[in-house]
Design a protein around this ligand. Structure first.
Ligand SMILES: [Zn+2]
Length: 327
């Protein structure tokens, strides 16, 4: 599934609004694509931007004309993209946009577009420059901004943009759609807590950090089924050596916290996300005690991880706590 289908199927209001505006030449000068982490914010911004420039939109970017291809290759001088996820967007970046777009467009279409992914990461001084630029938009200049945290975006920026808020898709639906697209049930379920669209799930089944975190989780859960000693041994000998970066540790802990969320839910309403672990859960429910407390231990450990604590000590602490009193 391409981003076009994602918008058409899961975000129909945004899709229709933009198609109509494009067709009737009533586009806003600036759009803010707002959503939660895991949603395809940047992909949406890039695709809508591309749709304005596409040689033969049907009704949005065709993805096959020369212009679409050049944009995909980052080879279209009248479109500038800054990714706040890779590098904080600075004043110099905004100045580059202003200087470039002060001249006439290089391409014959005469349209110039800039994309700023995650504007909440911008330095305050860069935000000021952007505000001035947004106040006096050039006739054929369009902006696509994105944010994962609208509360952190200045109201003055929001008021100068048309806001498109991506709606979260029901997790079960995402899992089903990913499985229909050929993803294994286990991968679809595990990745559904990181990505809110089937396409991203499909694209990340072989992502290195995920593969490591998944293996670590499987090792740890199976050891917990054996005994407390096995669980601790596995944590120290198999899991901890794999946690070579903050990213993989965060992924592992997020997966582990969902396991304990599921275990708690099993006792309440039976609604779980990782149905692939149904058998393991059955065994864990017999062995483990204090499931609600264990969930809290994992959640607070995830916060501590942000404070640069020693990862091995943190994982030791978690496994000691959650296997306390285990049979
Ligand atoms: Zn095209």
């Amino acid at each position: 599934m391409q981003i076009k289908e994602y918008l058409e199927k899961y975000q129909p209001t945004i899709y229709k609004t933009f198609v109509n505006a494009l067709h009737n030449e009533k586009l806003s000068h600036a759009y803010l694509i707002s959503g939660n982490p895991g949603m395809p914010l940047k992909e949406t911004a890039l695709y809508l931007a591309k749709s304005i420039l596409c040689d033969s939109p049907n009704p949005l970017a065709c993805d096959s004309c020369i212009t679409c291809a050049r944009i995909d290759e980052g080879n279209y001088p009248d479109m500038m993209v800054f990714d706040g996820e890779k590098d904080r967007i600075k004043k110099g970046d905004i100045e580059r946009i202003i200087t470039n777009f002060d001249k006439t467009a290089l391409e014959s279409k005469g349209i110039m577009i800039y994309v700023l992914h995650l504007v909440e990461t911008m330095t305050p001084i860069a935000v000021n420059s952007l505000l001035k630029f947004l106040e006096e938009p050039g006739k054929n200049i369009f902006a696509f901004l994105t944010t994962e945290n609208e509360a952190k975006v200045l109201p003055t920026i929001i008021s100068r943009t048309q806001v498109f808020r991506l709606k979260a898709i029901n997790v079960k639906k995402i899992i089903n759609d990913a499985v229909s697209a050929g993803v294994f049930q286990e991968d679809a379920e595990l990745l559904s807590i990181f990505y809110n669209d089937p396409e991203s799930i499909k694209n990340n089944i072989e992502e290195e950090n995920f593969v490591i975190a998944k293996q670590a989780l499987n090792d740890q859960l199976n050891a917990m089924l054996m005994s407390r000693d096995d669980a601790i041994f596995t944590c120290q000998r198999l899991v901890e050596p794999k946690m070579k970066s903050g990213i993989v540790t965060r992924m592992y802990l997020k997966l582990l916290s969902q396991v304990f969320q599921d275990l708690n839910n099993l006792q309440v309403n039976g609604e779980i996300i990782f149905t692939c672990y149904a058998n393991i859960y059955e065994g864990l429910l017999e062995k483990l005690k204090n499931l609600d407390k264990s969930l809290l231990v994992i959640m607070s450990s995830m916060k501590k991880l942000e404070l640069n604590v020693n990862t091995s000590l943190l994982l030791d602490h978690i496994i000691f706590e959650i296997t306390k009193g285990a049979k």
